[in-house]
Ligand binder design. Structure first.
Ligand SMILES: Nc1ncnc2c1ncn2[C@@H]1O[C@H](COP(=O)(O)OP(=O)(O)OP(=O)(O)O)[C@@H](O)[C@H]1O
Ligand SMILES: [Mg+2]
Length: 437
């Protein structure tokens, strides 16, 4: 039960760190403001209003009673009332007011005034909204009616707006400051995530400068150290391999020259075949390592790239099911090389080839299927190894090197993608490539 509840809350909560932080800061402030406002409004403001209204109505009742006493000095009473209480009063002798009450039910001032007047058994009419600073009140007696003009501040303390202002202004200020601080705190994390994503995809990134709080800075330093170590490792590997390949070319050329001096024709042919194959291997590898290290990312349309590759094969056995128009940011030449290798493999073994392109939410999915002999499950891991060929007789006639799949897998992985082999519905091999973007 609690698991379900916490899952529900997790779904409700914002996912981003910035908004979570903001919620942590803003929620208590908002709750506090609401509580203070409710307490103030209910127990202070309304209660004060009721007290003030009660006192005022008492004074008015007192005035009316004194005025209606036969022996009273009406002028004196009126003057003192107006002077000391600042309430203007007019008496309309033997008259009845005809006005209809226009009471606002939602107004707390009207409500408390009505309640107090009713409790004193007075026949009344009032309007609190006609004048801005004055409340108009009429009270009927047997001898005529009184009309009062009462200053509004005698009925209510006017500070409610100022209070509301003072309570919301600092809250807005605190939340604004929190937003600025949180933005600054989450920016370095975003930067780090962005850099890791780029590095994972194999994009070139500038030197990463850690910033922010010490823990985030630490993570940034560690990331940068790791990135440099991996780069050094990769460079070392390809430099060493291309060095070896390069150095081997000289003795190979020398061997070729020496072959010419041999007499046995049969031997010459077998040797030169082997030497040619070795040369091809070295050239292939050298080309790959020089291309991939230099190339920069660029934006290109994926469908166009595949169509372009297919055209080069110049045959009708390839069927391409296009995806939506889609621009990908990557090393175009490398990806072209990768797809080229895969399609070339299929054309070697199959009569029908089908290529599909689909762009999903955050990945592009490419499948290449054929109706050739396929690759048995136990060989699927091995074919990605450099210079690995399944069986010699299969590929001997094609003079293959055994580097195609290993280079393709390298290219896809350096873009942060995945490459997998499985069975095709056509009967042969299915290569599935997914590239994130
Ligand atoms: N579509 C396919 N159908 C059946 N077998 C395949 C297919 N693609 C590759 N293979 C097998 O996997 C092996 C490795 O392929 P890879 O492309 O790495 O090398 P290659 O094609 O022999 O040489 P290269 O591509 O370097 O000229 C191939 O020798 C072949 O036996
Ligand atoms: Mg190949």
């Amino acid at each position: 039960m609690f698991y379900g509840l916490s899952k529900f809350f997790k779904q409700l909560l914002p996912k981003q760190l910035f908004y979570r932080g903001l919620l942590i800061v803003a929620l208590p402030i908002i709750l506090l403001q609401i509580t203070i406002s409710v307490v103030f409004f209910d127990s202070l403001w309304i209660k004060t209003n009721i007290g003030m209204t009660r006192a005022l109505v008492g004074e008015i009742k007192n005035y009316i009673t004194s005025y209606n006493t036969e022996s009273s000095d009406k002028n004196f009473l009126e003057n003192t009332f107006e002077e000391y209480l600042e309430i203007d009063v007019v008496f309309f002798k033997n008259k009845e007011f005809k006005d209809k009450m226009n009471e606002r039910w939602y107004s707390p001032i009207d409500r408390s005034l009505r309640r107090e007047l009713k409790s004193k058994n007075l026949s009344y009419w009032f309007d609190t909204s006609k004048f801005k600073k004055t409340v108009n009140l009429k009270i009927q007696t047997q001898k005529g009616y009184f009309e009062f003009f009462i200053p509004r501040e005698r009925l209510t303390s006017t500070s409610v707006r100022i209070f509301a202002l003072w309570i919301t202004l600092p809250a807005i200020l605190i939340v604004a400051i929190a937003i600025i601080f949180l933005k600054n705190q989450t920016r370095p994390i975003k930067k780090l995530a962005e850099a890791s994503k780029k590095f994972g995809r194999g994009e070139k990134i500038e030197e990463f400068v850690p910033s922010g709080a010490s823990e985030i800075r630490q993570a940034g330093y560690e990331f940068e150290k790791m990135r440099k170590r991996i780069l050094r490792h990769l460079n070392q590997r390809s430099e060493m391999l291309s060095g070896i390949s390069h150095d081997l070319r000289t003795p190979l050329t020398r061997m070729k020259l020496q072959l010419a001096l041999l007499k046995d024709k049969n031997l010459i042919e077998r040797f030169s075949n082997d030497i040619d194959e070795m040369e091809k291997m070295l050239n292939e590898y050298l080309q790959f390592s020089s291309e991939s290290s230099k190339e920069q990312n660029e934006k290109f349309e994926f469908n166009d790239l595949i169509k372009d590759i297919i055209v080069k094969f110049n045959n009708d056995i390839i069927k391409f099911n296009e995806g939506d128009q889609f621009y990908f940011n990557g090393r175009k030449l490398s990806i072209r090389r990768c797809l080229n290798n895969l399609i070339e493999n299929s054309t070697k073994f199959a009569k029908n080839i089908e290529i599909n392109l689909n762009n999903l939410k955050s990945t592009v999915l490419i499948t290449i299927e054929d109706d050739g002999p396929g690759i048995p499950i136990n060989e699927r891991g091995n074919v990605f190894k450099p210079f690995y060929k399944i069986d010699k007789s299969r590929s001997e006639k094609n003079s293959s090197v055994g580097l195609g799949l290993s280079i393709s897998s390298d290219i896809i992985k350096s873009h942060g993608g995945r490459i997998e082999l499985s069975e095709s519905k056509l009967g042969g091999l299915k290569v599935i490539i997914s590239l994130p973007f």
